[in-house]
Design a protein around this ligand. Structure first.
Ligand SMILES: C[S@@+](CC[C@H](N)C(=O)[O-])C[C@H]1O[C@@H](n2cnc3c(N)ncnc32)[C@H](O)[C@@H]1O
Length: 261
């Protein structure tokens, strides 16, 4: 019988050639488990057979991209961290009076960039500004642009924001067009692509948990280089950086790192 590890190793290599995505930079056991479940659900007896089908069927490839990491997101995920961002850091960042450069990295279906846009609008910081929002998966970016959500993603939206920025139609919540115009979506692989520079704020949450230590190390370095001195990196609630000074970061508040001036 064919060695399953070899079959998977070949799959990883072929995916890199086909899509540019390097699966070796993701935690292996987790990735292998998720992809094995998907492959078996689809009825392929080996990764070789699965890959061969992927090259012929765009829908299968889209499903693969959709499942290789989890896309779940929510507005105001970990609400008290967003309060700190709104009441402390945005006020600090706005102090200079300059245009702000803000990036939501691995934005999934848009809940995070729209949360940023709502907060910035409330603080009078959105006019004339555009938030960059990126993800690896074109499918989630298309959903983000549509801006239509089920109630499970809006449960932490403060009631006054819900009233102001959402229109309820049946069981769906449509995000206000006023916010949509301020978000520029772009496909981007955090592990392979180059970053823009001089950001005031980078929000990158709940994706680094999937990456190997080596990939995270490189990514923190790239984020540090992409921020202006004094700029902030906002990470997810299981993603603290253990030695921030290694990347010219200091802890500014729980899950917020400031690039040292
Ligand atoms: C769990 S979601 C996080 C969404 C949002 N940031 C949040 O915290 O609610 C993870 C997202 O990371 C994206 N992703 C995975 N690998 C990526 C990579 N190498 N580059 C960019 N995005 C990636 C996935 O497509 C998915 O949309």
């Amino acid at each position: 019988m064919e060695n399953g590890d070899l079959d998977f190793t070949r799959f990883v290599k072929s995916i890199k050639e086909l899509t540019g995505i390097d699966l070796t930079l993701y935690k292996e056991a987790q990735m292998k488990r998720r992809l094995t479940t998907l492959r078996m659900k689809l009825g392929f007896s080996s990764f070789d057979a699965y890959f061969s089908a992927l090259t012929k069927d765009k829908n299968l490839l889209d499903e693969f991209l959709d499942r290789m990491t989890i896309n779940v997101s929510e507005f105001w995920r970990n609400p008290n961290r967003w309060s700190v961002l709104k009441d402390r850091f945005f006020r600090e960042l706005a102090g200079s009076g300059k245009r702000l450069k803000v990036w939501s990295a691995a934005c999934s279906t848009g809940e995070e960039p729209y949360t940023l846009a709502m907060i910035m609008n409330e603080l009078g910081l959105l006019a004339g500004n555009s938030i960059l929002a990126t993800d690896l998966d074109e499918g989630v970016l298309a959903k983000a642009k549509q801006g239509i959500y089920l109630d499970r993603s809006i449960r932490d939206v403060p009631p006054d924001f819900l009233k102001r920025y959402f229109q309820k139609e049946g069981i769906l919540y449509h995000i206000s067009p006023e916010l949509k115009n301020h978000i520029a979506y772009k496909k981007q692989d955090l592990l392979a692509d180059k970053f823009d520079t001089s950001f005031d704020l980078i929000v990158c949450r709940n994706v680094m948990i999937y990456f190997t230590e080596e990939a995270k190390d490189k990514l923190y370095q790239k984020f540090s280089e992409a921020l202006r001195p004094g700029g902030l990196l906002f990470v997810g609630s299981t993603e603290q950086i253990f030695t921030p000074s290694r990347y010219k970061f200091e802890l500014a508040d729980t899950f917020f790192y400031r690039k040292i001036e």
